[in-house]
Design a protein around this ligand. Structure first.
Ligand code: AKG
Length: 290
């Protein structure tokens, strides 16, 4: 992170990073996301649905090692969590150098990955705005004499052009520092100060989870597909909705193929207590093993 990026991230709460991902990787990621979407759409109803702590119902696709929420339909969305397990093409995103450089500049302590989701948003779908203002310590943004100190940040990778009307990722700049709760509106585009961030394939948006953010209504003629990866200090466990505050869900096959450096990014808690063992503990991991 250079000094200009640091100034902008502190001022606004986010950065738009142009052409972060090379075109050949974008096309491989895109093809894989579409394959996973097809297989999510073809799944039969789950007779043992996975209930998240936050109350939503997930389908556990044990073959691909992902947890799926939602449906392919007008106004609908798919959230496909733990996508690392579904295909090795995603491995490069675990420790993508340009991302790690920025993450390590704003997260103190050993960094781990706490969130991974493919987000697929069909026409008519929107993501309600959330966070911003006084939200407590869990997703805090703060600064002190040593610089920036974030507890959760996310990188969103874009695989296609997304204009405002295509359901752009939206932010209310500066609200990571607001002292008062934001006025709410059903649609993110109706909130005061909300702006859409327009992007192209290979671009990424980096933001502090403290910032008020969401996704404008998709009024375009394409489905919006993105990859979201969250990072924070190692004491924070999974922030995926299906496995909230549990250990991350990695299948034994994923664990086996990862390098030691990539494995370390999934080891919540002090590394000396973890050794080189697969971090068991999410309900999904236990069900897969059993
Ligand atoms: O991409 C969107 O529509 C919103 C995503 C979001 O809320 C998030 O990544 O936290």
């Amino acid at each position: 992170m250079d000094t200009f990026q640091r100034y902008e991230f502190d001022r606004q709460g986010y950065l738009v990073l142009r052409n972060l991902i090379p075109a050949d990787l974008v096309s491989r990621l895109s093809a894989t996301v579409e394959r996973i979407e097809e297989s999510a759409s073809a799944l039969a109803p789950d007779d043992r649905p996975h209930r998240s702590l936050w109350g939503s119902t997930y389908h556990h696709d044990r073959r691909q090692g992902v947890l799926i929420h939602g449906q392919r339909k007008q106004g609908g969305t798919f959230l496909i969590e733990d996508f690392w397990n579904a295909d090795p093409v995603f491995d490069q995103l675990i420790d993508f150098p340009a991302t790690m450089d920025i993450v390590r500049a704003v997260v103190r302590d050993r960094v781990t990955i706490n969130n991974s989701e493919i987000r697929i948003r069909y026409q008519g779908n929107y993501t309600g705005a959330h966070m911003g203002g006084p939200i407590g310590k869990k997703y805090q943004y703060r600064t002190d004499v040593d610089g920036i100190d974030c507890t959760m940040v996310r990188m969103v990778y874009f695989l296609q052009h997304v204009k405002a009307e295509d359901g752009a990722f939206s932010v209310v700049p500066g609200t990571h520092k607001s002292a008062f709760p934001p006025p709410t509106a059903k649609l993110p585009e109706d909130e005061p100060g909300a702006i859409p961030l327009e992007v192209g394939p290979g671009d990424a948006i980096f933001f502090t989870e403290h910032l008020r953010h969401g996704g404008f209504t998709n009024r375009g003629n394409q489905t919006r597909r993105t990859l979201h990866v969250g990072y924070g200090p190692c004491w924070m466990r999974s922030q995926n909705i299906a496995t909230m505050d549990e250990m991350p869900y990695l299948t034994p096959a994923t664990w086996e193929r990862l390098t030691p450096a990539r494995r370390e990014l999934f080891l919540a808690g002090p590394i000396e207590n973890q050794g080189s063992r697969l971090p068991h503990g999410s309900r999904a991991a236990l069900l897969s093993a059993g």
